[in-house]
Design a protein around this ligand. Structure first.
Ligand code: FES
Length: 187
């Protein structure tokens, strides 16, 4: 039976950005280990800075397996370095009739469904937009601030035209790996 859980993370001092950087990989990692299904997760920030994530385990057996899974426990160790796991009752607003959270996107926006070709210069560094919100695609314009994403620095090994990922699904960031072909048209 699927089990929906509410997990609450309180970032350690100065570690909110590090925590947010870990979160987009949380559900995909659990999914790759066969522990969660296709349900998306939701996340938000409480007024006291606690981060709340709602997601679904496949079953109690999946939860039990996660605690013995080296990939998952390694991921959780990274969480433990940047946040404390806290109960929902300790989150500001938890005793209100409705707990209000500022939404946090854990998946990048699809900026375009085809890569963007750029003539790059050898030795020059480029900052690729990972969040998909930049108005200066494929590069960062600072729109990621406060999100779970940070730009990816890439230095051109030679001067030539390269194709930067714009769908933000590539496994070879920042360059296109063809992942956009699996996205359909979006129409
Ligand atoms: S604007 Fe998208 S990573 Fe900076």
């Amino acid at each position: 039976m699927t089990i929906m859980v509410i997990a609450c993370y309180r970032p350690k001092a100065g570690q909110e950005a590090a925590l947010l950087a870990l979160m987009p990989a949380h559900l995909p990692t659990l999914r790759a280990e066969g522990l969660v299904g296709d349900e998306p997760s939701l996340a938000g920030r409480a007024s006291d800075g606690a981060i709340v994530e709602v997601f679904c385990w496949k079953s109690q057996a999946a939860i039990d397996a996660a605690h013995k899974n080296p990939v998952v426990t390694a991921m959780w160790e990274k969480y433990g370095a940047v946040c404390d796991y806290v109960s929902i009752g300790s989150v500001a607003g938890a005793s209100d009739m409705f707990l209000h959270l500022a939404p946090l996107s854990l998946a990048p926006a699809i900026a375009a469904r085809a890569p963007i070709g750029v003539d790059v210069e050898q030795g020059k560094s480029y900052f690729w937009c990972a969040c998909g919100q930049s108005k200066a695609q494929p590069f960062c314009d600072g729109s990621h601030k406060g999100s779970a994403f940070t730009p990816v620095k890439w230095t051109a090994p030679e001067s030539k035209k390269v194709f930067f990922c714009a769908c933000k699904q590539t496994k070879g960031a920042p360059l296109c790996d063809g992942s956009h072909k699996g996205l359909g048209t979006g129409d």
